[in-house]
Structure formats: C-alpha cells, structure tokens
Design a protein around this ligand. Sequence first.
Ligand SMILES: *Cc1c(COP(=O)(O)O)cnc(C)c1O
Length: 417
Amino acid sequence: MDRQQDDLDTRLRQRAQAVIPGGMWGHQHAQRLPEGYPQYFTRGEGCRTWDANGRAYIDYLCAWGPMILGYNDPDVEAAAARQRAMGDGLNGPTPLLVDLAELVVDTVPHADWALFSKNGTDATTACVTIARAGTGRRKVLVARGAYHGAIPWCSPSVAGVTEEDRAHLIIYDFNDIQSLEAAVEQAKGDLAAILVSAFKHDLGKEHRLPTREFAKRARELASAADAALIVDDVRAGFRLDMGGSWELVGVQPDLSAWSKAIANGRALAAVTGNDRFRQAATQIFTTGSFWTAGVSMAASIATITKLRDTNAVETMRVSGERLRAGLQAQADKYGLKLQQSGPVQMPVMLFENDDDRRIGNRFCLEALARGVYFHPTHTMFLSAAHTLPIIEETLQITDEVFRAVAGKVGAPAAADA
Ligand SMILES: *Cc1c(COP(=O)(O)O)cnc(C)c1O
C-alpha cells in the first residue's frame, strides 16, 4: 500500500502520539497491527468496512468479533433507536433487562440465570469471583496462553502486575487431560474453578476445538471437586452454537462468560450460570455505571432473536466451509502451504514454515490492497452478512492474491526443506 504523508490515517496517528500514550493502547496499538494496515475506520455496512482514507474492504475481522449480523443491521439498529428515543442510562434498568435475561436463559441450556455487564473482562472476572464465592476456595486453573481479558489477573502483559494478582492461578495445557489432572491435583482441596476457552484460539497459533474427552474430563474433575467449570465464550459465543460453544462437545459448564457478538457491536457482556452458583452470584458485589443501560440490551434482544430465527450459525458455517475449501484449492494451485484451522466461522490462516510471518503478512497485505481485510495471526470472523455471493467475490480476489504472493515469496520447494 502506498501511504501518502498527508493521508488521514497518518495524520490521525501523528496527532494521537501527542495526546494518547503510545498513540493507542492494547491490541490496536499500531505496533501490534499488521504492518501496512490502516488504524482508523469511519464506517461499516453489511460485511464491509471503510477506513479513514475511504478505502472499502470485505471485512473478515468483524470488529474483532462483535459484528455478527452485518454492520448497521437494520433490525438491530431499529430496536436500538426505539430505546434510544426513550432513554439509555436511567436510574435503574429498563424492562428490557428482564426480557433479555429471559431470552438468554431460554437460549442457553446450562443457564438458570443471567447477569449483564459491558466487557468480556467484566464477565470472565465475575465468573471467577462467583466461583470463589460459591466454593469458598481460591485456586483457578487456566490454560497456558489463553486470553481471558485485560486486567491484572489475566492480562497478557506483566507490566503493573504483581505476583499476588496471579497467586492462585494454576496453568494446564488445553486438550491435555494429564496436565489438567495434574493441575487439579496441585490445587488439592482449594479448587474454585476450571476455566476453559470455548476453543483454543491463541494469537498466532493453530486453533483447536476441544476434544470430547477433554471437555468431559474437565466436567468430571470440576464436579468431583464441587468446583465450577467456567467456559469463556466471550469470543465464540453465538457463532458456533446458539446454546453456547460447548454444546458442540455435549458438556454443560456451570458458568459462562459472553460478550463480543451478543449485541452486534454494542457494548454488552453477560454471565450465565446454573442454580449451583445462583446464591454466590447474589453474594458478590459486581456492578458498573453503564451496565443497565437500555440501548445495548435492545440491540442484544434483536440480535439474539434474529440469529435464532434466521439460523445464522448455519449461514456462517456454510459460508465458512466454502471459503475454507476455496482458499485451500487456490493455495494448492499456487503451491503455497496454507494452514487453516479453527471452526470455519472463526478461522485462523497461517502458512507452514513461516515463523517470521513473511508469507502470512505478504498474503494479508496483498489482500488488503485488493479490498479484502484478513488478519495474519488473530482469529478471524464470518458474519451472517458474509453470504455465498460475498464468499465468491472474496475468492475471485484471493486467486489474484495467491498468484501475487507465490510470485513474490518464491518457489514452494523452498518451503519443503
Ligand atoms: C475479547 C476476549 C475477552 C475480553 O473481552 P473484552 O470485551 O475485550 O474485555 C475475554 N475472553 C476472550 C476469549 C476474548 O476473546
């Protein structure tokens, strides 16, 4: 991409340097963006986004997950607008709170109750706190490398974090029953919870669904210790199964954390739980100034209802299958060793023998230049707006992308070595 000095994205970055630490925080820090990627966006519609320089993309990041029905979905926005005309943050919740809780409890098999917050981090933290309150114990088992949010007990950075913040975490490896059993053993009589991701979706790594055996064993171990099994469904919730991602392996958690897609881009998170932890959820003090605001709840009711009534999970799955097969055929045709993993609705695309990401970054940059927004290392997302015609449009572009990449990164034979 040729970025001119006077383009809006560049000027915004320069202005941000003066008034925002490092120009940006967290995962959207310019240094963590793929090189050559725009940072600022102005608009989204359906499956497309427009960056600050006015370039349009078919978007396979979906706002990092929250967009699931399409940007600016008419039904969700109409519901939000109706509530906005009446009020958003008020002295107490709107009636929508009870409607939404009923809808969620009706949709999610393990849920006997739900409570709502704003961010996934709020929800994972509340799950851990409820588990400790309900068991009177301290130890929480977490998988190596798993992301559960951005506060000291779980942040990927150790800056500003004390040992004490993480004193009661014990690490196991996802899908590794022995390591999970060892971690339970290490917790002895002090096990509060086993925390698991919906599936293994660590940055820059192949994605893996839980095996049935692992999921079952996690359930057994938690039950045997009368501890909580917590599924962090913040990233995957409502993309793989409307009842929660572990429905796929037939295992019901005690507590689940939800956020990203539950209100199609509006700020909302949820904790769902069963009756075993209802009393504990009553005892903890969890709240926030914006947690009962009505507009995001109106958006969430419209989102969940539409996802369910249109069988959006199936739409995303069918489109995801087609995209995966199409990309694989193109990679084979051009002799590139593409490694696609994760559920098809939430793929990650890596290349073999590409530790320095030379091929992956080139692939994504070539796609970006032609109007397709992929990510070289993070989980990507399909939405219900990624219909089959959109997938075909994408594949026409990626054929050119693969050809360009094959021409630039050289002979596939080198990758065989
Ligand atoms: C994004 C994410 C979180 C944190 O959610 P925020 O809304 O960013 O606080 C937690 N867990 C998983 C699996 C996530 O993907």
